[in-house]
Design a protein around this ligand. Sequence first.
Ligand code: ATP
Length: 259
Amino acid sequence: MSELLSLSHIRAGYGESTVLQDLSITVREGEVVCMIGANGAGKTTTTRVLTGLLPAWAGHVSFAGERIDHVSAHRRVDLGIALAPEGRQVFPDLTVRENLLLGSYSPRARELRSRTLGEVFQIFPKLEARLTQRAGLMSGGEQQMLAIGRALMARPKLLVLDEPSLGLAPKIIGDVYQAVVKTASQGVSILFVEQNVHAALSIAHRGYVLANGEITLEGSAAELRGSRLVQESFLAPRRDRNPAASDATHQVQSGGAHG
Ligand code: ATP
């Protein structure tokens, strides 16, 4: 599998405050990669840097073999990077159809709009049934599906999802995740950030653990599930968790098949 995205030695933050320190991650073509970490670890900041919404202070970003550090956010969408942001951010007063069409504003995506709409409806049949409904009247799960559908309207090579399970009931998380797997099976690479570690590792091929803006562990989903750090920091019942474990730096051998 060839490399699609690489963030290499990234340092970034806000004002005087450094959030990401020397962060390096990769996503290969066809991969589903998760980044897990607690509140405030820097997951959203990573998605902002890779989509061009926040400049990196050091390091570089490459996509499909090209350096894109100085490429604007909207040009990155043209190149094939689409984001379904944290909190969905659908336009509540617009219809489902209008929200979806907003995702296909680039000339390349606009030309193929009807075809892409059909593909999105195959993944999310509910959206087709609700086309004329105002997005603000939909449930949280339906809005999440709409946010992903809107990102897919850009015909991305890489779909970036920021906490797709946030605030959703377990059954609905299952539906959203199934749709993510279906999207991946159609050749779209996926990078998603999550606090729901159980759910994330159930569909990812590989993952990274982020703590205080640094990668503290990386490996296949099976390796991460089996690691003490992940078990103690994220998978153990809340009262048994060891917060200090998330600061330790561990290295699990990377790669391998989905476990
Ligand atoms: P969460 O799941 O809570 O969103 P996260 O891992 O996505 O957590 P980030 O949102 O990337 O974490 O935040 C990392 C740090 O950067 C936090 O300390 C946060 O307060 C800070 N931060 C995030 N956005 C901004 C901003 N726009 N301005 C200043 N500081 C910010």
